[in-house]
Design a protein around this ligand. Sequence first.
Ligand code: IPD
Ligand code: CA
Ligand code: CA
Length: 271
Amino acid sequence: MTAPLPDAQLQHRYETAKTLATEAARLAELAYRQRDTLVVEHKGDELQDLVSIVDKQTEAFIKQTLAEAFPEDGFLGEETGAADLDARCIWVVDPIDGTSCFVNGLHSWCVSIGLLVDGKAAIGVIADAVHGELFHARSGHGAWLNDQPMRVRDVPDVRHGVMGMGTNHRDGKEHFIPVLSQLLEQGGTFIRNGSGALMTAYVAAGRLIGYYETHINSWDCLAGLVMVAEAGGRDNDFLRGNGLLSGNPLLVAGPQVYAQVAAMVGPTLDA
Ligand code: IPD
Ligand code: CA
Ligand code: CA
């Protein structure tokens, strides 16, 4: 059996990720404040799947910085794909989560940096420059919003708070309306703010009582998954199967709401 990575090596990666996400988000915010000049493209035939030069520049900056600091680590980024996935440490990066918000002047976007260690989500950092919020967690060391500890809100059922709900034009969107309908029938309510990463972090922070998305990619949620687990929440084993590269459905919530919403979603949650 391989020995666990030394604590100092993990802590170094955690501190680096916090500094790097903060700086990347600060640079992206400068461009956000001048977004009228941005050239926005869509990916393939999907008009709603947007990418700007800021997404590409931000990922290049993060990737380069990590490669210099940790040349032995692997990398998976939304814009540049995968490299060295057989490494023990793999960085999982969404340079801008919430690109459609970013290009339309809606304030819910962020930089998300996660770290897998020996196949497990171990570090998560999400930087929201517009609101001055840095969400961060390291497995076994708690979850934090800036310097305040985060805790999920474990309410008895969906009538007691706001769920985050997400979908997109990829797989599984046919599950969205049936789950939404049950949520409303059972007295719940919801938001979709355009950033799956932020909504996952908001569950850890106790702002949302849960977050469900019909299909999400690992770079959208890996950082948030560490936070939710450290803040006392549950998740649906997002990384099972080929989750790292192909994504899966996602449900994160306090334990009681998790059980209720998992029943609404049914077997497709863990299929
Ligand atoms: C998207 C956002 C959105 C979620 C999608 C993601 P992007 O990421 O997180 O909220 O519903 O599944 O793809 O394109 O803004 O990086
Ligand atoms: Ca994303
Ligand atoms: Ca993105």
